[in-house]
Design a protein around this ligand. Sequence first.
Ligand code: SF4
Length: 314
Amino acid sequence: MEKDRYYKYSDYLKKHYGVRVYKLPVNLPITCPNRIGKPGCTFCSEKGTGFEAMPATVPIARQLEATREHIRGRYKAEKFIAYFQNYTNTYMPLSLFSQYMEEAANVDDVVEIAVSTRPDCVSDPYLDELARLSEKKGVGICIELGLQTANYHTLDRINRGHGLAEYMDAMGRVRSRGFSSCTHVILNLPGDRPRDCVETAKIVSVLGTTLVKIHSLYIAKDSPMAADYLAGKLDPGTKEDYFERLRLFLEYLSPDIGVERLFSRIPGPDSLFSNWGTSWRRLMDEFLSYLTAAGSYQGKCFDYTNGSALRGAF
Ligand code: SF4
């Protein structure tokens, strides 16, 4: 791990599936309960988070097949993950959910269904339906959960509409079925300190998430945060501060957890602020140099489980 600095998602996929696997985002004509009669999370755009997918009006199979052919040609991918990314993909009647999931599982070369949702929208009947589909079609299941931070005071401040307990409950249900999981976090939410990044890494590690997707805070033009940002009341912090939070987060994260992303992605025209105006490639290079200079790597401080105070005490 020290050599690679962190456990990359591409390595996780190769280890898990043995071939090159890519995610294909799918958009559904759905919403999110946190946006019904409420403004939603303060960082959420009107478009949700599905910036990379085709319009929700396009049938699922057609979305997947079109993106699959594009990705296959460009990246030589062999197998694919149908990724229900935008809004809350379990917030619909169970029968409709089953129909959507089955449609995706029927597409050639789809080996996994990834369902992005909120921790308070994970329930047994929906998970049982996915277990049935997994058994019938031989596809893997990954549940992607937005946690963002373990600091429930911050969760209240950003209008998440759930706390830490809902995440813990959802993780238990997901793990009991043998599904994999991916937890989404934002490391520089307003009000959160570096100590919160440490605690978030510890919580997701001990609860056994399979993967994490790490985001830097962006300010979408049509998000509730935009007004505060424009009024000078919201500061996403400096790039150096983010690097330090990311370093801490990775050091406390279990080395067995795959890391899907270190920075956010949002199209330029949709954002007021994103990644300190630095390109994705350059940020990666700068951050890896930062880790190397600090002698840092994922799991360096993963020594806090299983009665750590007893170790070597007697
Ligand atoms: S849970 Fe997701 S879709 Fe819903 S308001 Fe928050 S960020 Fe937006």
